[in-house]
Structure formats: C-alpha cells, structure tokens
Write a protein that binds this ligand. Sequence first.
Ligand code: C2O
Ligand code: CU
Length: 497
Amino acid sequence: MPTISRRTVLLGSAGGLLTVGGMAACSTSTGTAVTSSSQAVEMAERARRVAGQRTVTTRLVPRPATLDLGGPMVRSWAYGDSVPGPLLRATAGDRVVVIVDNALPESTSVHWHGVALRNDMDGVPGMTQSPIGTSSQFTYDFTVPDPGTYFYHPHSGVQLDRGLYGVLVVDDPAEPGAYDAEWIVVLDDWVDGTGQTPDGVLASLRRGAGAGGMDHGSMGGMPMGGMGGDMQSPLLGGAGDVTYPHYLINGRVPSSPVTLSAKPGQRVRIRMINAASDTAFRVALGGHRLTVTHSDGFPVVPTDTDALLIGMGERFDLVVTLGDGTFPLVASAEGKSGQGMALVRTAGGDVPAPGVTPAELRKQVALGTQLRATPEVALRAQEVDRTHDLVLGGSMTNYRWTINGKTFDEADPLEIRQGERVRLRLRNMSMMFHPMHVHGHTFGLRKTEARKDTVIVRPMESVEVDLDAVNPGQWATHCHNIYHAEAGMMTTLSYRA
Ligand code: C2O
Ligand code: CU
C-alpha cells in the first residue's frame, strides 16, 4: 500500500491552494476560467491545423432502435441501426466534421474520448456546450492531432450504457503498417432492453437495492495479481457494481459470435476498445500470445503477453501472428461471471463453445500500468509546476462516489495554467477499482512514462500521472465507470487565465 502524506502543499499558485488531510481546500481562485469559447481555445486549434488540411464529414443520428445481439432482440438507443455505431476514420491532421441529428426522446451530446481536440467540441453539456435537445442538431468540427484508436459516446447521464458508442480511428501517415490485416474489436456489457434500462439500474444502485441485477458478491477483496501473480484471483479487488445479462464483442453475444477471418501466418493488428460502463475485461486469444503495441492510441514498447486487462474507456492495439484453425477471442468479465467472444478463423475447425475459457486467461496478464512509453512519445523531462491530489472515495452504501470527498456538484475545480507541467496523484481510498479518465490530454504515467488518457487505479492503490497543460479550456476528469461518474466521481481540470 502506498504511503499517504496527510498534508501536501501544492506548488505553483500564488499561495491559494492547499490540501489538508487529503481534502483539496481552495482558499482563493487563482484567476478566471478559460472558457470553451475563449480566444485561447481558438488559438490552440489554429496551431493544430496543417496546410492543405483534408475534411472528413459524417452524420450521426442517435435514435431508438431494435438491435439483434445475435439472438436476443433488444429495444435500445443507437447511432443508426447497429451497435457499435459507424466507424469513423481520419488521418492525423484532418478536420473532422460530424453533424449530429438528435432523434432520441431526450437531450444528448457526443464526446470524442481520448482526442486532444478544441475544448468547445469536447461534448460535455454544462461544461463545453449546451445539451443537444430532442430533434435538434449540433455540428462537431475539430482537428484530430494525434493518430490512434479512439471512440465516441454521449456525455449525458448513463446513455453510454445504451448502444450509443462507436470507434474513431485516426491513421498515422507515417505508420509503416507492418501487418496484413486490421480488426476492430469493441467490448461491451449489456443490460438495456432486457427488462431494465441504464437509468433503472442507476436508480436501484442509489436505492441500495439488491434486486435488479446488483452484484455485491466480490466487493471488499484486496488487489491481487499483476504479472505472474495468482491468476485464479481477480486482478482488481472490486468487480463492478452491476451484473449484466450479456457481454458483447462487436455487438454480438458469444452464442452467435462475429467471425474475424485471415490466413494462417498473417500478422493482424487488433484495435481493442472497452466501451463497457461497469466491466473491465480480461482478454485472450486461445492458442496465441499477444503483442501490445499501443495504449490509448499512443505507442508503447511492444510487450508480449498471454492476456490483457482492459478497463472501461481504455484502448489497446495488439499485433498477433495467427495460427492455423479456429480460435476463440474471449473477453472475460473481470471479477464477474460471463464473457464476450468472437471467432478468429484462418482455416476450418469446430466453433468453440460460448463458455470456452482459453488457458491464456490464467497465464500472464498485462495491465496498462505495466506498459512503457517508446522514447518518441515519453514526456520530456521537466519540473512539475503544480500537483493536484485526487482522492477517490465512496461506497455502495448510499451509492455516492467522490473525488476529494466531493461529488461533481460540490467539487472545486482543479486549477491549472497554460504551459504548466501538472501532476495528478490519483489515490484510491475505496474498495472498488476506478478507470480514471482526463479529457483533452494524454498524460504520462510517472512510473512507466506510458502515455494514456484512462488508467485503472486499483483499490487502495495510487497512480501518479503527469501532463502538459497545452490545451486550454475546461476538461472533465472522472471515473469511466459511468455509474460512478453519474453518482459524483467527476471533477474539472480548469485552465485559469
Ligand atoms: Cu469516455 Cu468523459 O469520457
Ligand atoms: Cu469508479
């Protein structure tokens, strides 16, 4: 367990900021907030534009839809008539224009998860824009600066736990592309339209109800494992708060899996996205080792592993050299029972049973916090100008999840200034894991330098991350368990002038 200093002076401000006993106390504000509509946001966007910039235009229509999950038919909300929604693809430096026509019965928004974009296009109602009302339109228009695997989803209530998500791939013009094929693999936990809705799930969590699919069984354990640990034990301590009837890969239940085809011996790049709301997955491909090449869009030192743990909001790119036959790609719901499955097929062979558990799941499991940055993407060495502690707390008792003891409504923004090197100390004092996500920035993990925008903080663990404050505005910073975020575990990284 990490040592926790009880009193920390935060650097770099005019004497206003202190944390006492782990609670951020803000005696004076250090300036006025740099709003989404400010000149600074416009200037940062201008700096991202390249000569001869291409424009990629699409339209998204979030609307009620009946979805076939490969047997189970569910009434839900989706971008169009499928889940995941349309794949959006651009090249780094492109301008992306997305016209959103809201055909849902309530207001919505679209957030571009992981993209270091202009603040007024970040899609957070109440922080960067007004909600997109029913039957209204909003046009997102922004430059995508960095290549990588991203995804989009609403930032409105618990809409993410419907079918409202899709993948955004930003290609690298300089990518050597040392692979024969590319597969996009999206993981999800599914409840909507099975007699429950995400709003209903949140309401029962708030009531502390045991009924309605809540799973308290695996709460309270200490974190276990890591590379070479006891893989029979859950890696995360807490398992999530919700029991889901289905786990999906690319919108399908395991009894009717999608098939990913290639030839034996081919090298395939897999872009994997965890779009779940309350479930981390342990992923393995039967009979294969995986090489992790990117984490949250950014390159890491290629790392071989049998299996991989992926938290909500995380993305990993993998490269795998395929054997000869038919193999299960399994995403086991970590600490829960159930799994998603896809088929990898390079030849004939029997279709594995939906419940198949490849031995790789119990071998070496890589976590995002163990990956290392390649030298090109590591943050350059620099003094830290300002440190903020984010103490993560809460419990199932009244379903209130907090940062520094406060819910989002009560929270003091985390003030920073443009140009600073900022350190965030994520200190989990709860018995649940939290995949912590910062909008608009890709931080570097202090220990491994790996660049990420979403990092799992296990129960009673601390993770320190550094970022360069080069993207002015107001940025949501929260747990990517959508129920935790909605129950308060969110704050604002707030640029001040
Ligand atoms: Cu994908 Cu604010 O999150
Ligand atoms: Cu959380």
